[in-house]
Design a protein around this ligand. Sequence first.
Ligand code: TEU
Length: 566
Amino acid sequence: MTSDEWWKKAVVYQIYPQSFQDSDGDGIGDIGGIRQRLPYLKDLGIDVIWLNPIYKSPMVDNGYDIADYREVAPEYGTMADFDLMLKEAHELGIKIMMDMVLAVTSDEHKWFKESRQSRTNPSADYYIWRDPKPDGSAPNNWGSIFGGGSAWEYVPERKQYYLHIFATKQPDLNWENEELRQKLYAEMRFWLDKGVDGFRLDSISLISKRQDFPDTPDVPAGQFGSPYIGVSNGPRLHEFLQEMNREVLSQYDVITVGEATRTSLEQAKLYSDPSRHEVNMVFQFDHMHVDYGQYGRYSNVHPKLSDVRSAMANWQYGLDGHGWNSLYWDNHDQPRLVSRFGNDAPAMRELSAKMLATALHFQQGTPFVYEGDEIGMTNVHFNSIEQYQDVEAHNMYRQFTEMGMPSDEALQLLNLKSRDNARTPMQWSNEAGAGFTNGQPWLELNPNYHDINVDESLSRPDSLWHYYQQLIHLRHTMPILTDGSFELVAPDDSEVFSYTRTSNGQTLLVVCSFASQNVRFQVPEALRAVSDAAVLIQNYPDSPPSVGDMLYLRPYEAIVFSSDNA
Ligand code: TEU
């Protein structure tokens, strides 16, 4: 690891600004609130904040619909507030990684307002415009990823359709246009010149479109297919990323993470192999697809450990020496990790959350902690569609009920998988407003804030919060966590996720039970010396009962042994 690869040792904490901390009583989190909580993040020990979009936006998709890249959303504060936050974070040794949305803008961005007016204006070609089919219908059968129908919207002024693979108010940018690319690079430089420390590049795997815009095959007439066939990892993607790197990223000492939905391991090597000069790492989705089913991500499927493990291990083996991994269990687009992969029943919630944190943070890569994970926040159980705010939740609900699904069943799917599960406000205390706001929160609080909150977690030395603090400390102090090679142990065990990390003669043995009951785990002969050595960290107050090489693991038990605790 060279010194300019500081991001390999870093732990990133994700802040969803509208849900983190409100400082002015309007029920919406803001920059003033983040500033108040910087010392909290310093105590936790994180190195980098990934800040979800804070730009001026009509907020149809909570800020992923940018109306002006150089203005701060007034809901969140002013540019002066931003500058102060950056300065204060830097004083505490915390870096700030912005979320840069370069695949789409809002239809309220001045480029689109101009583009839609005619086929000849200066921004005419900044978005993806196509003529209707002879019968007047959309250019192909792609549907929006958010549900709600076609991915094409007709504009009478141009007598053409524009492409929006997300919400109708999020037109896709046309990366084929070189002038537009230069404008986007200028927007990136604006923030880098202020001193921000990197970017999470939103939906970056989707920026290069196949120019033949093919229909998605096997879709019945009149229905919509997924647009991925023509938009995912398209023909010029890596050319664009190399250009962006040459012209922008390489000029600064930054962390870069590309959000790369539908990206295989082989493709990810192209993104993150340092010799190719693209990005440091990607967010891949293989382990997010383990509970997809009949209704895509909104299916009532419980993830199987074997699928989770093989998805993760594939990336651990595959990128070692060829790129770099990001490590995450959830974010603002996913349900809460403890509810999805662990067990959020009161007796199991903290145990399973500690186990999941262990399973993740000992892998090779840069770990991402989503706000509230450090106190074990859970999914919320809204019982009416009005309680949801997410545009995708509303579209999916409409789609499900229109196809005849009973409303309570549709709500059950949202309860399991909706993105709003992760977006309920941060639970700081058990006071009214959960210490998040004095006003009416923009999205209802999870009522369990009375029991699950930061104050409570900070008050107990054995809490999940302190466990995260310990894990982050280990990432900083043990080079083996950065450099060590990864190897699965007992790869066919149905309940236990176990692996080793090895470097310079030192071995760590990680054993994590995903079972809600007691299970046995046999330590392989070759690792007996490690499991007889020191315990580095564990989520029960004592070690599991054992007889010879057999460990009797208790529900969701996690334990890490180290052959050399130096
Ligand atoms: O997400 C893009 C993305 O990859 C989607 O497939 C994502 O998984 C989606 O949430 C599926 O439900 C990014 C942002 O992270 C997301 O919040 C935005 O809504 C989206 O871009 C559109 O800008």
